[in-house]
Write a protein that binds this ligand. Structure first.
Ligand code: FAD
Length: 459
């Protein structure tokens, strides 16, 4: 007979998603909460990462900002470099390069102080499913097998999302990741023997030779430390990001001399729109496990927090109504999908479009200022191509007859216009996300048709 434990809420995974949910829920002091995390205290939030997060995520969700000991660098903006590195778009906005483990420990400690029971170095092996609902999980806690019962189980296990695979496969919430909708990313944190110019600007480089289907980054962590890495599209026979890193990045003048490699690791990043539904009966999935990552830049910490916030609202209301079914938890979807989901679905179209561009085309778009600094800002905040972009495209098109006859650019510019249309259509669908589970099947069909259409268009 296995030892049995009982809670109101069981959170599996104590990364950005799971620990911020524990933090949100614990503020109410109303629930018995257990959080099970595979890693020990010294490694919490230990997934390799670029460590960059926008400050707005904290303000919008009333999550405490990282304390000073968890901030490695305050960021004032981002610079995006063209393939030849001669055109730079600079967008302003406050953010942080954080020490993930320190911030993770800070959030977990605050939750524990409010009564959350955190089981570290412990592992949830199996979801317990009875009569079409998740009733708990089987876990190894402190080396011993336990059955944990809970009214709601939260899956915050990250991109590999091992537990979701145990759900009935026909459920929207059980959809698996197509490897092509993900990046393989690798990064090192280097101590370097030179002073970094403008350490308050993170840098993103577009170059299909170095990072095919992705980008490479140079994120200063102070004056003499850099988080240097890249992501390449997975599932399409691209070269290994580690090989690319050693071949192209490590040799660069702006990291020489390397005094010390502080950390070296890689992992997978989902780059698709979120799962069509984040809930089932007595079950919610958040963070990377639900693909809540920005599909263009791969930033997922902020959206792990956002999805945790939406689920915390749904959980509060589910307890008020004592309804833990898919209906009772649906608010997780109606909070996330019409807002952040809409933006991420539109950015999935942008990602697909960008992955098909050559270096020459990327260089052209940046050089001709078809996309300006302001557009980058609007694109990242609202997932919109501003009307100016369309005007710029039309202006460039009218010159093209003379300037670029014989080159592929007219079709590229037409495609940019199409891109803008698809983004708008996608956002419209997500803004009309069904208010109850009844409308989900029809809505999914519409999304599927639109995805197939934009993929045919940009193939
Ligand atoms: C190289 C790289 C660079 C990145 N750069 C950035 C960046 O600069 N900015 C940004 O915002 N995002 C970045 N990301 C993405 C970001 O790391 C993730 O989006 C974020 O960590 C997701 O948080 P999460 O809590 O959903 O998942 P995770 O961080 O993966 O946390 C999941 C947790 O669940 C635990 N777990 C898993 N299974 C079990 C189980 N069965 N039982 C118990 N515990 C379990 C794991 O130990 C882990 O701690 C990057 C990713 C990579 C790979």
């Amino acid at each position: 007979m296995l030892n049995e434990l009982k809670y109101d809420i069981l959170i599996i995974g104590g990364g950005p998603a799971g620990s911020s949910l524990a933090y949100f829920l614990s503020r109410k002091n109303m629930y018995r909460i257990a959080l099970v995390e595979g890693k020990p205290w010294k490694d919490v939030w230990g997934k390799p990462c670029g460590n960059a997060i926008g400050a707005h995520h904290f303000a919008e969700r009333r999550l405490v900002e990282p304390p000073s000991e968890a901030i490695k660098q305050v960021v004032n903006g981002v610079e995006i470099y063209s393939p030849r590195e001669d055109v730079v778009l600079r967008a302003y906005g406050k953010g942080f390069i954080i020490d993930r483990t320190r911030f993770g420990q800070y959030l977990l400690k605050a939750s524990m102080d409010k009564g959350v029971e955190v089981f570290l170095s412990s592992h949830a092996k199996k979801l317990l499913i009875e009569n079409n609902e998740v009733v708990g999980a089987q876990a190894v806690i402190d080396g011993g097998e336990k059955i944990i019962h809970a009214k709601i189980v939260i899956d915050a296990t990250g991109a590999a999302s091992p537990l979701r695979k145990q759900l009935p496969p026909h459920l929207p919430v059980a959809e698996q990741l197509d490897p092509r909708d993900s990046d393989l990313a690798f990064r090192e944190i280097l101590e370097i023997g030179q002073d970094i110019e403008r350490p308050d600007f993170i840098r993103i480089y577009l170059d299909q030779n170095v990072a095919p289907g992705g980008y490479w980054w140079y994120f200063p962590e102070g004056r003499n430390q850099v988080n240097l890495g890249l992501g390449v599209q997975n599932g399409v026979n691209n070269p290994d990001p580690r090989t690319q890193y050693r071949k192209f990045l490590l040799a660069r003048k702006d990291v020489q001399p390397v005094l010390k490699v502080i950390s070296s690791a890689g992992a997978i990043v989902p780059t698709r729109r979120p799962l069509d539904s984040l809930v089932w009966n007595r079950y919610i999935v958040i963070g990377d496990a639900a693909f809540t990552v920005n599909p263009v830049h791969g930033g997922g910490m902020g959206y792990a927090i956002e999805s945790a916030y939406c689920s915390s609202l749904a959980i509060d209301h589910a307890f008020e109504k004592s309804d833990f079914t898919v209906n009772g938890l649906w608010e997780t979807n109606t909070c996330y999908m019409p807002n952040i989901g809409a933006k991420q679905a539109a950015l999935e179209v942008v990602r697909y479009f960008l992955q098909k561009l050559s270096n020459e085309e990327l260089q052209f778009i940046m050089e001709k200022k078809i996309v300006s600094e302001e557009d980058v800002d609007i694109l990242s905040r609202k997932a919109e191509l501003k009307s100016d972009v369309i005007a710029n495209i039309q202006g460039a098109l009218s010159d093209l007859g003379k300037l670029f006859r014989g080159l592929k650019k007219p079709s590229l510019l037409m495609k940019l216009k199409k891109l803008s249309d698809y983004m708008e259509e996608m956002k419209k669908l997500y803004r009309n996300y069904p208010s109850t589970p009844n409308g989900l099947d029809a809505w999914r069909e519409s999304v599927k048709a639109l995805v197939e259409s934009y993929r045919r268009e940009f193939e």
